[in-house]
Design a protein around this ligand. Sequence first.
Ligand SMILES: Cc1cc2nc3c(=O)[nH]c(=O)nc-3n(C[C@H](O)[C@H](O)[C@H](O)COP(=O)(O)OP(=O)(O)OC[C@H]3O[C@@H](n4cnc5c(N)ncnc54)[C@H](O)[C@@H]3O)c2cc1C
Ligand code: FES
Length: 286
Amino acid sequence: MKKVIERSMIVPNMHLLEIEAPEIATKVRPGQFVIVIPVEEGERIPLSIADYDTEKGTISIVFMEVGASTSALACLKAGDEVATCVGPLGNETTIPSSENVLLVGGCYGIGSLYPVAKELKKKGNRVSTLLEARSSYLIYWQNRFIPLSERIYTITRDGSLGTKGHISRLPDVINSMPEKPDRIIVNGCTYLMAHTSEITKELGIPVVVNLNPIMIDGTGMCGVCRVTVSGQTKFACVDGPEFDGHNIDWKEFLARRKAYMTEEALFFRKSDARFAHKEGKCAWHE
Ligand SMILES: Cc1cc2nc3c(=O)[nH]c(=O)nc-3n(C[C@H](O)[C@H](O)[C@H](O)COP(=O)(O)OP(=O)(O)OC[C@H]3O[C@@H](n4cnc5c(N)ncnc54)[C@H](O)[C@@H]3O)c2cc1C
Ligand code: FES
């Protein structure tokens, strides 16, 4: 059991969860994740660590409410408990030194990029940050990135902030930069990572993605998170989650990620998760 210090909605459908986990907070490195079981008898879900405080002994997660497990997490409040939280898992993000790095973050990836940005800055890199969302009201933590970034760019689909459009406008952002990035690190939804990889391949810029396949154990035992990289099978939990975006078989990855979509949707309906959420209870299986 892990005590919840804070759970709040930071922008619509996106939540911040701070939990007491001193043994994780002292070991975690940027890019790593935890496996959380929100409630007893619940399922295991992987979530990136978006921040940590070694003095307080806490870790923070930014999560998007998409189904039963994240809905259960979304109804937690300070003082409640998360059934299980195991980590840190996965490899840390490779941090270069003295490079010009462009971070691209969307959705919960904005949160998981924050520790990466801090470490990049610490190692003397020149960091620029591009935040992507449907609209300006879905962009969060800009203030956290400002002191770490030489430049902040935004792309919003409705044009309410920054460049209007979606990630296909990335070449315009890159062309407006004083120097071409040496590498791009992208965290967020599969669409954002796959398209950034496609675009940067054409532009000849190395790209690193933080892959988000379905996971079960997170320790290389079940094989559920397998992904094809440069024609070889890799397990995202132990070989990643960081990979060279240019070498991923994105078509296969997208298909595998959607494999249980119908079952997940049916379970969510049947489980009365929304009702439990409304009642402020987290036990959807009751
Ligand atoms: C290394 C890693 C880090 C992640 N970090 C974050 C994060 O910081 N914040 C965040 O909001 N999400 C993160 N995810 C995705 C998150 O695990 C899923 O959104 C979550 O499992 C959905 O569970 P659910 O029951 O609420 O939704 P479901 O109803 O189970 O599924 C909704 C959607 O999530 C996908 N999904 C379901 N189970 C998993 C799973 N075990 N792993 C990956 N995707 C799944 C489904 O394909 C579906 O598209 C991460 C995934 C990985 C692999
Ligand atoms: S989650 Fe089981 S092998 Fe990666």
